[in-house]
Design a protein around this ligand. Sequence first.
Ligand code: SIN
Length: 488
Amino acid sequence: MTTDDRERRVIDAAPTGLFIGGTWRAASGGRTLAVEDPATTDTLCRVADATPEDATAALDAACAVQQQWAAMPPRERGEILRRTYEIIIERADELALLMTLEMGKPLAESTGEVTYAAEFLRWFAEEAVRIDGRWAREPGGKGRLVTMKQPVGPCLLITPWNFPMAMGTRKIGPAVAAGCTMVVKPAQQTPLSMTMLASIMTEAGLPPGVLNVITASSAGKTVGPLMTDKRLRKMSFTGSTPVGQRLMEQAAGNLLRISMELGGNAPYLVFDDADLDLAVDQAMIAKMRNMGESCVAANRFHVQQGVAEEFAARLAERMGALTVGRGTEATVNVGPLIDGVQRTKVAELVDNAVDHGAKVMVGGEAPDRPGYFYAPTVLQGVPQTADMFAEEIFGPVAPVYSFSTEEEALAAANGSDYGLVAYAFTRDLGRSIRVMEGLETGMVGMNKGLVSNAAAPFGGVKWSGFGREGGREGIEEYLSTKYVAIDA
Ligand code: SIN
């Protein structure tokens, strides 16, 4: 089989319809939307483009089985997740290829994401059987206070294109474990990883109606009506802060429980006592994982004056040595950005920094080839007045700023509306503690450029949102607490 045959086979295996009540169907009216390969701009296939009526049908299906699903023994719910985990691991190569084709990231990274995605299912398979409550004696002595946890009910889960499978499993995993039914709306650019996941979960024994998938070109128009439907009890969103703000306004009318995993502007602090080899190695991960298209990507490198020049030079050398190309090729480290809009935004941010006096050490332009590529870029001497200081770059661009004191570093790190993650590199224990406590973020990578882990509570503060995904906290987002008063 040639590479092209294998690609075709993997694309053809992915369902292209809407998954409602356990069956695949076309969108009402038959509209479809194109799924593009961002490395070539070719159309890979077309998927159903749902209407608001289709979205309501998906919620009908979720509501119809909610009670039954909540009553299913937790062990059985957990075992469906565990079986899904096993099938995903078995088929990791095909799933990774599918992800690379629709999203662009290199195969090794897609394989990493497939494993990361599966880990959420394994983790929540184990959590399904650990949902418990409390029994307490009332302080006055007479009564008993009994507390139990119950599924919140039908959920709407809106997932992004940058991690098309893992951002799904870290919502679907805890929802399934908790006993919630759901409607999932994947990003229009990357629907295939999600439709494939739905098909695997069905194979693993997930009953019809528990998971419904709606692919659509306009999230607002299609799932908007669900936000005001009183049968919906919870919405979880991963995506940009402006869209999150709009969704919150809609959710307010229906008093929906919400979890928001929004934008970031991660500072990466390197103190002059840091292990510089480690700081450079980890910077490559913190910046270049997913071509920088991640809300936890290092967005600002703040380096202490004594080592700033050396750090920038070493980072530029490493970035310049990366191979850019179609992610299906084994030698490629950097794939395309997701689309033309994203690439234009990255290019504009770089141009703006240069206009403000930044020096391009490497990269700084889009290569002359088809696809939405942008060269790995390091900028030095970036003033804090440049737009990229305040904005999420979401691309392979590393701006290096310098600072002189610890106080200055913390002030710069915290001088952002966002607060998802920060990274800090120092060998001084006292400073580590001061810095990890002083950073206004939901997560900190201490001498480490990657914090993501299914067993850890992922989430932010400030404009990066609220709620936690993964870890012991993740399932709480899908559970309500009920208290019962009893007199003995
Ligand atoms: C994100 O970029 O949205 C999440 C990345 C991760 O889980 O590591």
